[in-house]
Ligand binder design. Structure first.
Ligand code: B1M
Length: 209
């Protein structure tokens, strides 16, 4: 297969052996972020489709996810970072009950490389932990990620909890993840939350916001 198709195929097949050489070759042609966005994410998209249609079983999805993480970790030191720092601080987490973290970690990488301080709490984080960290670290923004449909409900509950704790005005919230839609966030969740709440389709929109 040609290089970029081969790299996407590696994500689908969960095939790490020899991947670094392919990534080096790809980086000689295009920037690392472009490799992630155009090649590796298209591999993950295929994985999602195969899994969703029952053609791929969970252990193989996990292998693909591990391969994706290895590739991103290899590319990250080669990404261009901006000189400016101290633009602001975000506490970032995958919500309670949800283990998906590849997208959240991409958001972390992109924000960190663009002058923001990211406090990445990891996966399955209850709102109490997220809020404690936001207060403790004096965060400017709370970011929540979730990929399961049930996570969209958790996000709504989380916003209600922030409201009832009286911190909505203090913490604007950024939300992202495959199960969310812009309409749900902008119509339903802005109704619920007394502070600012925004939807980011991808890590770059998150950065822009
Ligand atoms: Co899961 N999984 N999974 N999975 N998995 C999905 C989400 C699913 C859509 C697959 C499918 O059925 N087609 C489906 C959810 C269906 C639903 O809820 N209706 C699903 C399921 C069902 C499950 C399990 C329940 C399976 C099971 O156990 N039977 C289980 C859930 C366990 C749990 O969470 N409690 C499960 C487990 C797993 C693995 C562990 C095997 C693995 C995750 C490994 C990991 O993350 N460490 C996994 C994977 C890899 C996927 C798919 C295939 C790919 C997800 C991914 O990494 N995409 C996924 C299919 C899909 O999403 N279509 C699927 C790449 C990533 C870069 O995209 O995270 O969307 P994403 O991030 C994007 C944007 O959304 C945005 O930026 C990123 C791009 O720039 N973004 C933000 C994300 N967060 C943001 C936050 C922001 C801003 C932007 O600001 C704060």
């Amino acid at each position: 297969l040609p290089l970029f198709e081969r790299l996407a195929r590696r994500i689908v097949d969960g095939e790490k052996a020899g991947m670094e050489a392919d990534l080096d070759e790809a980086m000689a042609q295009v920037p690392p972020l472009q490799i992630i966005n155009e090649t590796l994410l298209s591999g993950m998209k295929t994985v999602g489709e195969l899994f969703g249609s029952g053609q791929m079983q969970l252990p193989f999805v996990l292998q693909s996810a591990e391969t994706m993480k290895t590739a991103v970790a290899y590319l990250e030191p080669h990404m261009e970072a901006t000189d400016d720092s101290g633009k602001g601080r975000i506490v970032l987490a995958t919500v309670k009950g949800d283990v998906h973290d590849i997208g959240k970690n991409l958001v972390d990488i992109i924000l960190s490389n663009n002058g923001y301080e990211v406090v990445n709490l990891g996966i399955k984080q209850p709102i109490s932990t997220i809020l404690d960290a936001a207060v403790d670290k004096k965060a400017d923004v709370i970011g929540m990620s979730g990929l399961l449909v049930k996570s969209t409900v958790v996000m709504k509950e989380n916003l209600e909890e922030l409201n009832s704790r009286g911190v909505a005005e203090q913490f604007p919230v950024l939300l992202g993840g495959a199960a969310l839609t812009r309409a749900y966030v902008e119509n339903d969740l802005t109704e619920v939350y007394a502070g600012d709440v925004h939807y980011a389709r991808d890590a770059f929109e998150g950065l822009h916001l």
